[in-house]
Structure formats: structure tokens, C-alpha cells
Design a protein around this ligand. Structure first.
Ligand code: HEC
Length: 176
């Protein structure tokens, strides 16, 4: 009996609420439209900041790494210096834009990368400054070891970086 009474009461109640709900829905829709308008007025502001892909940044490292070798082997120290500076910039860019990359969690890429490659970069810099080919080769192998140390730490040990055997691109002259 109580249930029978309750049903029409409920219907009545929701009927009374109807205009109210519609008004609220309209208000919500209007606010939504306003937010969309604001978003499109400031392009890019609403999208989450998405950094470059680490794999693509690694391809850049691969090119720089190869070019340093060609320049050093040709004892073109100006070119080697230039390529090492570019490699440094690439490393800095990765630390800046992908410092929290999942590949090294719970460690931070922004800590791991400098720790693994900076000593070798310094060693290479000293060799280039001294125009010392033997020291350059030792520094170069130390750098490759740094690359590989991280690949192992990131469970990508199958990515093995080595001395290049052939020029990657031969349209940039290595000889001085
Ligand atoms: C701090 C860690 C770290 C260091 C240092 C590092 N790498 Fe990597 N590398 C990675 C990770 C992680 C991947 C896998 C990226 C992915 O999943 O796309 C990778 C992938 C690569 C790839 C494969 C890219 C592809 O898509 O084919 C190359 C090539 C590469 N690295 C080269 C290098 C070279 C050269 C160096 C040193 C000059 C270096 N890496 C140093 C972490 C590192």
C-alpha cells in the first residue's frame, strides 16, 4: 500500500523538478560552450604539454655520436669540437624535456643521464682540446659505454652502441 502511494508521489516530485533540471542543464551547456570558446581563444593552452619522444631524441644522439667519430678519426678537431658541443646540447635537451621518462623509473633520467655520460664527455673534450687521437678514441669508447650502461639500466641492453664502421651520411665532409 505504501509502495503504491509512493510511486505517484515520486513521479510528481520529478515532474516538479523538471523545469529546474532543464534550466540547470542549459546553464551547464552554456558554461561548457564558454570554456570551449576560451580554450580556442588561447590555442595550445588547453592541451597537456607533450614533450618530444625519447626514441626520436635517441636517433639524434646516434647521429651526433657517429659524426663525432668521423671527425675525430679524420683529426678534424674543429669539426669534432662542433659535433661534441651539439651532442652536449642534445643531452641537455633530453634531460630538460624527458627528465621524468618512465624508462628509468623509479630513478630519474635527469639524474641518471648526466651521471652516466658527463665523465666521458669531459674526457672527449680534453682529448679534442689536446688534438690527441689516441685519447680521443679512448674517450669515444667511454662515451659509448655510457650510452650502453643506460640502455642496460632501462632494460634496453639489446641496443648496443659501438664505433661506427662506415659514415652514417657521407655528404658532410669529415676531412679538414
Ligand atoms: C639515460 C639513459 C640513456 C642514455 C645515457 C642513452 N640512451 Fe639511448 N636509449 C635510452 C632509452 C630508454 C631508449 C629506448 C627509447 C624508447 O623506448 O623509445 C634508448 C634508445 C636508443 C636508440 C634506439 C632508438 C630507435 O628508436 O631506434 C639509439 C640509437 C640510442 N638510444 C642511442 C644512444 C646513444 C648513441 C647514446 C649515447 C651517446 C645513448 N643512446 C645514451 C636511454 C639512454
Amino acid at each position: 500500500m505504501r509502495a503504491l502511494l509512493a510511486a505517484p508521489l515520486l513521479l510528481l516530485a520529478s515532474a516538479c523538478n523538471l523545469p529546474d533540471d532543464t534550466a540547470r542543464q542549459r546553464e551547464v551547456a552554456a558554461l561548457g560552450a564558454e570554456i570551449e570558446a576560451l580554450k580556442s581563444a588561447r590555442p595550445g593552452a588547453a592541451e597537456p604539454a607533450e614533450g618530444p619522444e625519447l626514441g626520436a631524441q635517441m636517433l639524434e644522439l646516434q647521429i651526433r655520436h657517429a659524426r663525432i667519430w668521423q671527425a675525430g678519426e679524420a683529426e678534424n678537431w674543429m669539426l669534432a669540437q662542433f659535433q661534441l658541443a651539439e651532442l652536449r646540447e642534445s643531452f641537455a635537451g633530453i634531460v630538460e624535456t624527458n627528465g621524468e621518462h618512465a624508462a628509468l623509473q623509479p630513478k630519474k633520467l635527469s639524474d641518471v643521464m648526466p651521471a652516466m655520460v658527463d665523465p666521458a664527455v669531459k674526457q672527449l673534450q680534453a682529448a679534442i682540446d689536446a688534438r690527441d687521437k689516441a685519447a680521443f678514441e679512448a674517450g669515444y669508447d667511454a662515451l659509448s659505454a655510457g650510452c650502453n650502461e643506460c640502455h642496460e639500466a632501462a632494460a634496453h641492453g639489446f641496443l648496443v652502441i659501438q664505433r661506427p664502421r662506415t659514415p652514417l651520411l657521407d655528404n658532410l665532409r669529415a676531412e679538414p
